[in-house]
Design a protein around this ligand. Structure first.
Ligand code: LLP
Length: 447
């Protein structure tokens, strides 16, 4: 094991060759080609288990139940949906497409949630058809829409997504609970009832809906846990206000996802045991303060389950020293993928760590930038990393912690086919999602 940010199944032999789950990178590259997303099954399963156990244990201590939903937007395939379900997680989906994958995996509808700020009528109909356990409604209009699609005999189970004003997480685009953005209904009232209270009352007024609870997701890649606690207190307060007003004490509170991971060596991920204990003791105190019994809780981690379990394997194509502003040299290392398989550096300025993984090098390191093959200078894979001075064409280069929001946000920019997702476990590889081909892309082109 070479430690974070690599998955636990990553090790480097004395010859310098790196293996994942018992398969060395030369075998991976020869069998599946590069670029390829490589997913360490044992690592992913163990993170899913750790989150479930940590939260179940901590919440049992305060006398509350908890369900862990895997947020499929981070990466979803049929196998991954099965794995997390086998580990006792449910599956959170954000679109009809993600719902289709979870259903194809055999996850029972009752164990699936459907999110989205603009669900189509057909997505709502499919969710109702599949008997999903919860639809998380995001606006007053949508509450009407879901109610119109359901019936009083078979009411749709809904949670109302609220925003608490807590802004947490890495980049503005991935922080979702501050006020000037599209998600949820605000708990803050300009005058009269807050949009969140209006939403809850509207759900209660429609016999075609069952109000399961209140949902709050505050952002992503959160490394400071206090945001969860502030948001949870606000949600528990709203729940108590609703109970006072209507006599209905909703059964469940969902605290969303957003648990941060390590992307660089030396960065520290949130520890599931620690965060579960902190959140549990804080919600217990909040519930006591507002004078209501504890609800059942749920959480929705995505990145924390799949992010560290994945790496991307590339082949180096060109190496070019470039003199930069301060007069020093930056070595540009071009790989055979780029912003089409990982948009996060370009979109969020996300930082990653890379290493040459196919051999040992005793050369001293140089300041390098790993770039892709796309026609755009912002096509950066790793902004800054030290690589061996003899880095050269043909080297295998791996980027760590690309399991979340890599494949799921991949594109075909420049008509580049998307890489496969290859799972590794016990010395065996298995293709979860095959590599796209030019024929796949041309098949869409109607001439
Ligand atoms: N639940 C809800 C309602 C969400 O909106 C999200 C993420 C999650 C759960 C899972 O969050 P996680 O545990 O994975 O942080 N594309 C961005 C991340 C966007 C996250 C959107 N919502 C990125 O690459 O960083």
């Amino acid at each position: 094991m070479i430690g974070e940010p690599w998955s636990t199944g990553v090790s480097r032999g004395s010859d310098g060759v790196v293996s994942v789950g018992g398969v060395d990178v030369h075998t991976l590259a020869a069998t599946h080609g590069t670029p390829a997303y490589v997913l360490d099954e044992a690592d992913l399963r163990s993170r899913a288990r750790s989150y479930r156990r940590a939260f179940e244990t901590a919440f049992a201590e305060i006398g509350a139940g908890v369900d862990v939903y895997y947020a499929g937007k981070a990466f979803l395939s049929v196998a991954v949906a099965r794995w997390v379900h086998e580990e006792g997680l449910r599956v959170d989906t954000a679109t009809g497409g993600e719902l289709a994958v979870a259903l194809r995996a055999g996850v029972p509808g009752a164990d699936i949630g459907l999110h989205g700020n603009n669900k189509s009528d057909s997505e709502i109909a499919r969710a109702l058809d599949a008997g999903v356990g919860r639809i998380i409604v995001d606006s007053l209009v949508e509450i009407e829409r879901v109610a119109d699609a359901a019936s009083a005999e078979h009411p749709a189970p809904v949670m109302v997504r609220v925003t608490t004003g807590v802004h947490a997480g890495g980049h503005e685009y991935i922080s979702t609970a501050h006020e000037d953005q599209k998600f949820g209904l605000s708990i803050h009232a300009a005058n009269g009832d807050s949009p969140a209270m209006q939403g809850l009352l509207k759900v209660l007024s429609r016999p075609e809906l069952t109000l399961l609870g209140i949902h709050s997701h505050i952002g992503s890649q959160i490394l400071d846990p206090s945001g969860f606690e502030v948001a949870a207190r606000a949600v528990l307060t709203l729940r108590a206000q609703l109970a006072e007003r209507t006599g209905v004490l909703v059964e469940e509170v969902d605290l969303g996802g957003g648990y941060g991971i390590a992307y660089l060596p030396g960065e520290v991920a949130l520890d599931p045991d620690r965060i579960a204990k902190d959140i549990a003791s804080s919600v217990s105190a909040s519930a006591q303060d507002v004078g209501t019994p504890l609800p059942r809780f749920s959480i929705e981690p995505g990145r924390a389950i799949v992010g560290p379990a994945g790496l991307t394997l590339y082949t180096v194509g060109t190496v070019k020293p470039v003199r930069i502003d301060d007069g020093s040299i930056r070595t540009y290392v071009s790989v055979d993928g780029g912003m089409s398989d990982n948009i996060r550096p370009a979109l969020y300025g996300a930082q990653y760590h890379a290493e040459i993984v196919g051999r040992r090098s005793d050369e001293s390191t140089v300041l390098a930038r790993v770039v892709g093959k796309h026609c755009e200078s912002g096509d950066i894979v790793v902004h800054e990393v030290r690589l061996p001075g003899d880095v050269r064409a043909g080297d295998l280069l791996a980027v760590a912690a690309t399991g979340a929001y890599g494949r799921s946000m991949a594109s075909n920019y420049n008509h580049v086919p998307r890489p496969p997702v290859v799972a590794v476990a016990d010395g065996q590889t298995r293709v979860l999602v095959r590599r796209e081909t030019e024929d796949d892309l041309l098949a869409l082109d109607q001439g």
